[in-house]
Ligand binder design. Sequence first.
Ligand code: DSN
Length: 417
Amino acid sequence: MLGYWKYLEKSDPEVYAIIQREEHRQQSMLEMIASENHASPAVLVVAGSCLTNKYAEGLPGKRYYGGCEHIDEVETLAIERCKQLFGCEHANVQPHSGSQANMAVYLSQLEPGDTVVAMSLDHGGHLSHGMKLNFSGKFYHFVHYGVRKDTETIDYDQIAQLTAEHKPKLVVCGGSAYPREIDFPRIADIAHAHGAKVMADIAHISGLVAAGLHSDPVAVCEFVTSTTHKTLRGPRAGTVMCKKEFAKAINSAVFPGLQGGPLCHVIAAKAVAFAEAMTPEFKSYAEQIIRNCRMLCEELLKKGFRLVTGGSDNHLLLVDLRSYNADLTGVMAETWLHDAGIVVNKNLIPFDPRPSSECSGIRIGTPAVTTRGLKEVHMKLIADWIDLTLKSGGDDKIVSMVRNETAELARSYPLPG
Ligand code: DSN
């Protein structure tokens, strides 16, 4: 691969320089966006391999192109490893993303206009769970549940009430900004009692599920979808799992329903990531993600921040900035923290009075910093730096002092490889 980089440096110095700058950014900043991670060198090298050159529409053994013998080997390996890792009956590893994994389930089970019950985006759901500007909200009739006002945890009674009232074909659970464990068996019981099927979108937590550290949806839900690049730490892509009886419908929803040629290089990188996630090292990594997140919660609480639900069971936390400083918006916090070397994203909090262009909260995740080796002691430092930066109102001197400290810590814990 070193040869490839030397080649690129000569053949396209402009793109080479941009990649160098991005690599430096990732190396020198603390990446705390909850949905991001640093994939292993093995995943990176495979995702950049010659497998990108191959067309392989179809499935292993049933392709529409010649020359697929090695693609068949690697896709079969990825499927088998996905099944082994999650204990699912069937897996299709071709979805290019989490949204496309979700689309595949919808396309296989729903007719346009059918009703689906799912968690709303502003309470922690996802765009592809029926947001009105998304394909899902345009093609299907989504009815949304949320979190309770008092506990900010999922309102399971509301799921039961909406499911009884609207008789959906599908109930969707999982999300992108929910800091607590999801009770998959409870949701499955509600859905099944009313004749609905269940899709659990575990994009954020799939690494924790794989490590046995979160309630497991695979046995109780008909469909489980995921991205492969968040806590699972693989390449940027998706996967869809289901009970055997839906295998054919899911396969044909992915191709020819939604996609043409699969990304063979990315499928191979998924195979690598699935194998990595079966190791004892990955389990320890996933445990450390949670320990780090809990420590960060404790330290931020001590400094007077309010956390949505009061804490976290997983890899992310949501800070409600309003009680810390009524005038501080998510946008301001995201900008100042970025300048200080801590990368997070502004996020709506449940019942947020501000629009999504401003937000009253920030979402912070520990998967990426845990990959580079940070532990609880570093979470205390990070909480101090967040507090200093936000308390200063983005003061240049303070921000640059914190920036030096975060850069020093990042230097001491380089990215894998
Ligand atoms: N955009 C992703 C996230 O940040 O959670 C979800 O797709």
